[in-house]
Design a binder for this molecule. Sequence first.
Ligand SMILES: [Zn+2]
Length: 415
Amino acid sequence: MNSFFDDTETRSSVERETSHSRKLSHMVELGYEYSERVRDIFDTLGLKPADVCSVTDLEKLPVISREQVIDFELHNLPFGGFCRADADIDRIFTSPGPVYEPHLTEKDPLWRRGYSAAGFGKGDIVLNTFSYHMVAAGLTFHEGLRAVGATVVPSGTSSTEIQVQLINHLKVTGYTGTPSFLMAIITKAEEMGYDVEKDFTIQKASFVAEPLQPSLRNKFEKEYGIDTYQMYGATEVGDIAYECSEKSGWHICEEVIVEIVDPASGKSVEPGQLGEVVVTRLNDIFFLFRFGTGDLSSLTGEACPCGRTSYKMNGIAGRVGDAVKVRGLFIAPSQLNTIKEHFNKINYQLVITREKYRDYVTAIIETGKDEHQLAERFDKHFQRICTVKIDNIELVAPGSISDGDKLIIDKRSWE
Ligand SMILES: [Zn+2]
């Protein structure tokens, strides 16, 4: 399915970068003129607007975390000095923190690319199970769905029983919400005596705000015949990326600049390497440059068979604080779980040590016999997933690593 939302999704990378740099430059100029926060950041660093006029110039600015946004806002209510004071704001959202967000103008195609790529459109009746109260979710997903032509049932956080009734009475064809809530609805329907695959008309689901575990995706698709898609975003910057029908990575939205950076330096890491997802949304009312999501991901520039030309993010590998950094590269718990699944839930453990200022990675793997081949395959697969090379592999007898043991043990001392 090649349901592009517009031509920008298939433009060349040179065209994209030129357009992004031009829009960024405009946003910097406006920000410097209308946002006291931006002016303060630039003046403190001795920068002029002309110093940040391309995507690569962004690294001159600091990454701003969610905690910092909250702090700025609490000291300068409601928008921390990031917002243009004379902006015609449609509504103000809030989320825990509290974070206050001005809703972007209608010009911004929030969430539309994701729904379009997932095949939502005219003729669809979609259950929107996100809250419409206070937070941005319900209303912005609603508008994204409407913009691609779908009819929305604003069921919000109603009980699973009500959701089942709505699906049944209204012949709902699509779902948007979290994967766990869809599973809860299906479980309730089964308790109520429905044969979900036969009785339900839901053909597709677009998930956001919660990771979709491969086993759950498989269940939705194989057992219940529901085609599943993921979208990714953050309250502060709106939608960031979405899955296409290839379901191998998330295309970056055309309205955002995504950098994957080393959280310690704020500088971009190489494509394929894990780093923090840092987002700048190109717009002319809320001047938040380089928002640090705290999420870990990596980029791939490989051409996607769907025809979209944007870089793709390789899902979310976890939170920055949960990952371990080895020889300058992150290893996230989710990557280690992917490897475990690949080798049929093999029991293994990584031990990180440090000798003479160099990190060493030892993999301890449980196996029945001395399987040299397994060690070789493990070594290769590990490097492909984590981009870090193992120094040592120890094969041990089954039962040597107890189930409850951690997948990664960091023995380095930093004194
Ligand atoms: Zn694609």
